[in-house]
Structure formats: structure tokens, C-alpha cells
Design a protein. Structure first.
Length: 156
């Protein structure tokens, strides 16, 4: 089995307040993560991230609920839960972004956890872990490339 968590860590060439804006604002998220983003950024707030799935030519919409919004240090949400259910451990994955300043740059750690509690067969858990491990690597690479350009724009 894959383990309970997928973890990625990057050092971004931008101040922490800029990185926070880029990971927490829908109009910024569409430049590095999902194709569409809408949400209410507050603990308990809900949202939707939509990804264009090239293999199926159909969009995939993931509903989310924010667990923590602590600017500019921590952002956490639950996603991948069944429609009509409240997200909780055992029916959803928890995604946590942690930001730390490092000499004018920002260390961003992303942890997606809760896989062991999901009611899926082991092969499905392994497929999810493999897919999301690769996905986070690609998205964070895009984030690192995008943030310096975002740093040149004023933070609203």
C-alpha cells in the first residue's frame, strides 16, 4: 500500500505574502493548479476546483471544504468526498499547505493525507497515491514558475 500521505516540498523565489495570494485566490489558482476555481475562503467555507480531463474530454469537479485558513502560514481543505455527505476523515482527503519564510523566499509544503481511512480497495488507493504524487509534482513545478511573475503584480 502507498501509505497515508503524499508530501511535497518546494522553495519558491518569492515572499510569503505573494505565495499565500497565489495559493489562496481563485483567480491565481487557475494559473498553476485547476482550470477553474470558486470558493469561500474561510474555515467551513466551500468551493469547487474543476480540472479538464484530457483523457476523457470531460471536466472533473472536486468539491472542497476549508478546514483552516491562517494567512499567510496555513491553508487546509478536504476534498474527494461523496456528494451530499459532510467531509470528514474516512470519506475525504485532507490537503494542507504550510508556508515558511526562508530569507525572502518561501518554503511551501503540501501534504495530502487520509488515504488509509478511505473505503477503497488497496489497488485503488495505490493508483490514487501514484496519480496524486505525480500531479502534485507537476502542479508545484508550475507554481514555482508562475509565482515570480505574480510577485511583480500588486497584491490586492
Amino acid at each position: 500500500m502507498a501509505g497515508d500521505r503524499i508530501e511535497r516540498d518546494v522553495l519558491i523565489e518569492a515572499p510569503i505574502d505573494v505565495v499565500w495570494e497565489v495559493i489562496s485566490r481563485p483567480e491565481q489558482i487557475v494559473h498553476w493548479f485547476s482550470d477553474e476555481a470558486e470558493f469561500d475562503l474561510r474555515p467551513g467555507g466551500e468551493g469547487v476546483l474543476t480540472f479538464e480531463m484530457k483523457a476523457t474530454d470531460q471536466p472533473a469537479a472536486y468539491h472542497l471544504r476549508f478546514e483552516a485558513v491562517e494567512p499567510p502560514r496555513r491553508l487546509a481543505y478536504r476534498w474527494v468526498y461523496p456528494g451530499g455527505e459532510e467531509p470528514r476523515p474516512g470519506n475525504s482527503m485532507l490537503v494542507e499547505f504550510t508556508l515558511a519564510e526562508e530569507g525572502g523566499r518561501t518554503r511551501l509544503t503540501v501534504v495530502e493525507s487520509g488515504l488509509d481511512l478511505m473505503p477503497w480497495p488497496d489497488d485503488e488507493k495505490q493508483g490514487y497515491a501514484d496519480s496524486h504524487d505525480k500531479g502534485w509534482a507537476q502542479h508545484l513545478q508550475r507554481l514555482c514558475a508562475y509565482v515570480p511573475a505574480a510577485a511583480d503584480r500588486p497584491v490586492a
